[in-house]
Ligand binder design. Structure first.
Ligand code: FAD
Length: 603
């Protein structure tokens, strides 16, 4: 790692300011002074690796102090009306909505820190957050059907949770996905019932569609500077016979440029969208660095939580309810550590069983992606590290650093007789190699297939009763008995090859593989199998591990209450009864919004 210094220097009142990076004069920036109301922000020591694709960490674009006013007043015997565990997509939205009316006091506990780091706010820097302090940095168990590899699973550990770390694709999924939730968990989860909540979440720029919110919390924008390769990809989709349409239709049927959760080219996380506007509320206490160890139970009633802060264990009391919003990995872990889960497994770890709920941690579903990475001559996001791009970003929030990387996508069917698409095709104008953990070795593009409706399910289980130990994550990718998932993913890989063979993409690439190198010499089927086994990875969408349902076997009921326990709910991606045909951030935020409604109605 090297240390970089970014400076903006005004040499005289009459000449535009000049940007200096590591002592190199990058030239005049006519718009810089206007773009930044406080130019001193631009003078900042930043960490940046010289090799990474997008690791230049430009001067501050996020809140200097993080999105929440942090109160460091943890004291023995502290009591609140509601305790929310986890300030992620759902938890931050929930805590902010609960405190709007001033009626309830809320303690929001977050294991990660405040969102001060610039890299959390500069879109194209998202993969530089991998394996950082802002990441729980999980790895799955070796996956039998992926050549025995374990797969890297990043999860946000910071205010905003995974919404502070994600790729900002705003892809709500199909109305039919939510209608399926309603079939499993009751009518309040149908698209029609959730529509007002989506509208409350979204502040969509440039839409006249009444199904899209325009004055909600999270800013949703068209990309400011997509790469020309993305336009070529959409031309390729047309050439291959697919429609190109606007994003987030109720039943998407084709390809589109990605809408992004950004505000003027900076990330719009739930920390910036929900917590920042709520930072002065006296009834909201946000406590980062607080790792919750377990729910405190009095018999079968949740009365608070134990948490670790600054090396000391503390207890906070909830007068009304505790809500777990730790995400699809940590929420089931926390339930099990609290004695709520499969009795036999809990006993193996000598945990007292409070409620025997066999499905805690089960029904894990995730989206797997498998991509073709081919060479292009120039202009990919591999150049995002260039000083010129940093200058453009700082001056006008333009250029490659505004990219969310996955700039376009489309929905397709592996079999034309299917009622709804079962595959998504994703496009990135960069060689996204090594699960995003390594820099692109050269210019390239990635065209990947995503298995939207996996039949395979996995599980989160305890590795240890130690709350700070990582749980076991076993998604059991492609393990379904009939081999449906593998067949479908391979069909998606063929769609990618068809797109790469169109004139629009042939004009960009000669088809030489950047990853895996030399794969152009293989037959398509052989190539696809090699890529799936050796390189398929998560699209970061784990769901379902505290499944909501109307049936007694579900972990939470349709009002998100943990079965058999009073005063305890779950609100995050773990309650999704079925994975959506979309990306999970918007849906997780909506779950937080619904939880707020439910708590306000019952308190
Ligand atoms: C790298 C990456 C890229 C992604 N890209 C996209 C995308 O482009 N579009 C999209 O729609 N979705 C994307 N997702 C998925 C999406 O962001 C998640 O589905 C969503 O954020 C999940 O929300 P959640 O509330 O369930 O959990 P999270 O947002 O993960 O929040 C859980 C919070 O709880 C905290 N926590 C956990 N355990 C404890 C504990 N014991 N004590 C205290 N706090 C705790 C965590 O630190 C975290 O802040 C991506 C995810 C990742 C990781």
């Amino acid at each position: 790692m090297m240390t970089g210094v970014v400076s903006l220097i005004a040499r005289s009142e009459n000449t535009p300011p000049v940007l200096i990076l590591n002592g190199t004069d990058l030239g005049a920036l006519p718009h810089a002074a206007a773009a930044f109301s406080r130019p001193q922000r631009l003078l900042r020591r930043t960490s940046c690796s010289p090799d990474c694709p997008v690791t230049q960490r430009p001067a501050s674009v996020g809140p200097d102090e993080g999105s929440a006013r942090v109160r460091d007043d943890a004291r023995p015997g502290e009591a609140y009306d509601v305790i929310v565990v986890g300030a992620g997509s759902a938890g931050a939205a929930l805590a902010a909505r609960l405190t709007e009316s001033g009626r309830l006091t809320v303690l929001l506990l977050e294991a990660g820190g405040p969102d001060k780091d610039t890299s959390l706010h500069v879109p194209a820097a998202f993969s530089t957050l991998f394996r950082s302090d802002h990441d729980w940095s999980y790895d799955t168990e070796p996956q039998e059907h992926l050549g025995g590899r374990s797969v890297y699973w990043p999860r946000g550990k910071v205010l905003g949770g995974s919404s502070s770390l994600n790729a900002m694709m705003w892809v709500r999924g199909f109305a039919a996905d939510y209608d399926e939730w309603a079939a499993l968990a009751g009518p309040q989860w149908s698209w029609e019932a959730l529509r007002p909540l989506f509208l409350r979440v979204e502040r969509t720029v440039g839409t006249a569609d009444s199904d899209h919110g325009t004055d909600g919390a999270v800013s949703v924008e068209p990309q400011r500077d997509p790469r020309p390769h993305t336009a070529a990809f959409l031309r390729a989709a047309r050439e291959a016979g697919y429609p190109v349409e606007t994003a987030n239709a109720l039943q998407p049927e084709g390809f589109t440029q990605t809408m992004v959760s950004q505000r003027r080219g900076a990330r719009s996380s739930t920390a910036t969208a929900y917590l920042k506007p709520a930072r002065r509320r006296r009834n909201l206490t946000v406590r980062p660095g607080a790792h919750v160890n377990r729910v405190v139970l009095d018999g079968r009633r949740a009365t608070g939580v134990d948490y670790l802060l600054d090396g000391r264990t503390r207890t906070a009391t909830a007068r009304h309810e505790v809500v777990l919003c730790g995400g699809a990995v940590n929420t089931p872990q926390l339930l099990m550590l609290s004695g709520i889960g499969p009795a036999d497994r809990l006993r193996q770890h000598e945990i007292d069983v409070v409620a025997d709920l066999p499905e805690v941690g089960r029904n894990l579903r995730d989206h797997l992606i498998s991509g073709h990475i081919v060479r292009v001559d120039a202009g990919s996001l591999a150049d995002a590290k260039r000083p010129r791009e940093l200058a453009r970003y700082l001056a006008r929030r333009r250029g490659m650093l505004t990219s969310n990387v996955a700039e376009a996508y489309g929905f397709v069917r592996s079999d034309p007789s299917l009622a709804l698409p079962d595959l998504e095709i994703l496009f990135a104008p960069v060689a996204y190699v090594g699960e995003g953990l390594v820099p692109p070795p050269r210019h390239g593009i990635t065209v990947g297939a995503i298995l939207l409706r996996p039949h395979s399910t996995g599980a989160i289980t305890l590795r240890s009763p130690d709350p700070t130990a990582k749980p076991l994550i076993d998604p059991r990718y492609l393990s379904d008995e009939g081999g449906h998932d593998r067949r479908t993913l391979l069909a998606g890989m063929r769609v990618c090859e068809d797109l790469l063979a169109t004139p629009a993409l042939r004009a960009l690439t000669d088809g030489t593989y950047v990853g895996p190198e030399g794969a152009e010499s293989l037959a398509p089927d052989e190539r696809a199998a090699l890529i799936v086994d050796g390189f398929a990875h998560t699209l970061y969408h784990p769901t379902g591990t505290a499944r909501m349902g109307a049936d007694d076997g579900s972990v939470v009921d349709p009002d998100l209450r943990v079965r058999g326990i009073e005063g305890l709910r779950v609100a995050d991606a773990s309650v999704m009864p079925q994975i959506i045909r979309g990306h999970t951030n918007a849906a997780a935020i909506v779950i937080g919004e619904r939880a707020a409604e439910l708590l306000l109605a019952s308190s």
